[in-house]
Ligand binder design. Structure first.
Ligand SMILES: Cc1cc2nc3c(=O)[nH]c(=O)nc-3n(C[C@H](O)[C@H](O)[C@H](O)COP(=O)(O)OP(=O)(O)OC[C@H]3O[C@@H](n4cnc5c(N)ncnc54)[C@H](O)[C@@H]3O)c2cc1C
Ligand code: SF4
Ligand code: SF4
Length: 427
């Protein structure tokens, strides 16, 4: 075993440890595996977190939940020798068969969608034409619109209600039982860590595996805690949370604005922030710790991954484009079917589009090996990543100055974020 893998893991033995040492990304898979013991709750300063019905984790359910937890471990199992994979992208972006750029052909979906509405349009294609039963994904809660809930959508209207990225905690894996119990195949849409959890869970639960017809991940730089949303709402002039009628973070144009509607003096007020003001100035500062040490921002475990086409410069007039990655044969086939039947309007893209659309991801990945080693040397818990080449990225993509800065930055964070200590949280 490597030295780096031996250090810093002994403290994390069960799901409670994962959550209290801030390695949890909030996916909800542990609650799916162990529903009698765990339910997901909103911990305002952290994110969606497992809460234990009986105060603490008990064997053996918790041990099983650990096996699906993406917070503590991720490992790739795909065939690296597969001739269909784009070799040049393998190291930094995982398995990719084809790269496309495009959008939903349906203008309403394209408009409502976060970038080009591709996740929604592809899911709708699966419902309408490929014999799928439902789509497990995330939407705003009806009763508390600044929080999220997991839903199984079965119609265009239901899917549209969830379109658009929500920069707030969501735990779509807590609904995996609805896929397992569905009478037909289903689509799962989530963040890369959500999809990584699904990939682990399907290995453990054949009934789930049988019903998972397609997994779609969207690119993700990090999930802000609910405290981020509350700060954003304050910046938009919301004084009373009970007055909030709706909260959008993106979509309705590209990249779309954050929009809140709330009741004030008997009238409905609408306030907006640009993407730069909402994400750039507020939300990204509230990202959960696990996102700083995340190796997979581009959905490497999904059948299909979609992201923003940030390399496009004409943002003012752009109704929205997505970068689309076909990662598995299954994803490749369903994407081609959706294109052939006119549900997606796309162009084949050069592989260079992937790094140029997300320049930040490679820098973050480059810094990761050093960050993890620093954590372990300081006896702060760190996740384990298998078959994800981090050392070579660190060696080649970071200058000496960047390497040093990243190490010093991690030392500071261990102190400021109190990463060696447990963080108890309440719903
Ligand atoms: C937390 C977060 C961070 C992001 N970071 C990046 C980034 O760094 N780079 C980048 O290119 N794009 C990022 N995005 C945006 C997203 O990757 C792209 O816009 C992507 O192309 C999806 O666009 P779409 O139009 O195809 O999706 P849509 O058709 O709008 O569908 C979005 C789907 O995502 C689901 N969803 C929304 N919010 C969440 C959530 N919080 N958790 C789980 N599921 C959710 C919805 O239910 C819906 O099904 C981020 C999004 C989120 C929520
Ligand atoms: S990362 Fe997911 S599985 Fe792991 S503790 Fe958090 S919610 Fe549970
Ligand atoms: S950055 Fe990584 S860990 Fe954080 S929410 Fe996104 S995919 Fe999950």
């Amino acid at each position: 075993m490597r030295l780096s893998a031996m250090l810093g893991r002994s403290k994390v033995k069960n799901i409670k440890d994962v959550a209290e040492y801030q390695l949890c990304c909030g996916c909800g898979a542990c609650a799916y595996i162990s529903p009698d013991e765990i339910r997901m709750v909103d911990a305002v300063d952290y994110g969606r977190r497992p809460y234990f019905a009986n105060g603490g984790p008990a064997a053996p359910q918790s041990a099983e939940a650990m096996r699906v937890c993406p917070g503590i471990e991720l490992s790739h199992t795909f065939d690296r020798g597969d001739p269909g994979l784009i070799r040049e992208l393998l190291e930094a972006w995982g398995p990719i068969r084809e790269v496309w750029e495009g959008h939903a052909a349906d203008p309403e979906i394209r408009f409502a969608g976060s970038s080009g509405g591709v996740a929604t349009a592809l899911a709708l294609y699966c419902l309408d034409h490929a014999g799928f039963y439902g789509v497990l994904h995330t939407r705003a809660r009806r009763d508390v619109p600044y929080l999220n809930e997991t839903v199984l959508s079965r119609t265009r209207e239901e899917l549209l209600a969830g379109a658009g990225s929500r920069y707030a905690p969501a735990s779509p894996c807590d609904g995996l039982k609805t896929i397992e119990d569905a009478p037909g195949p289903c689509v799962f849409i989530g963040k890369p860590c959500d999809v990584a959890a699904v990939q682990k869970a399907r290995c453990l639960r054949p009934a789930l595996d049988a019903k998972l017809g397609l997994t779609v991940a969207f690119f993700c730089a990090g999930t802000p805690s609910t405290a981020g949303t509350l700060q954003m709402l304050r910046a938009m002039g919301v004084a009373d949370l009970a007055s909030v009628v709706s909260v959008r973070y993106r979509g309705n144009g590209w990249p779309g604005k954050a929009v809140v509607q709330f009741r004030l003096n008997g009238k409905t007020e609408t306030r907006e922030l640009t993407y730069e003001q909402s994400w750039g100035e507020v939300l990204q500062k509230f990202r959960q710790w696990r996102c700083y040490i995340c190796p997979d921002h581009s959905g490497e475990f999904a059948d299909v991954a979609v992201g923003d086409a940030w390399h496009r410069t004409n943002r003012e007039d752009d109704p929205g484009h997505s970068v689309i990655l076909a990662r598995t044969n299954r994803g490749h086939r369903l994407l081609h079917d959706a294109i052939r039947t006119g549900r997606l309007t796309v162009d084949k893209a050069a592989m260079g589009v992937v790094p140029s659309s997300q320049p930040g991801f490679q820098v973050v990945r480059g810094a990761l090996w050093g960050r993890l080693l620093t954590l372990r040397l300081l006896d702060a818990p760190a996740p384990r990543y298998v078959d994800m080449p981090l050392f070579s990225s660190w060696l080649r993509r970071l200058s000496l100055k960047q390497k040093l800065r990243s190490g010093v930055g991690t030392i500071k964070r261990v102190k400021i974020k109190r990463l060696r200590r447990r963080h108890a949280y309440q719903p």
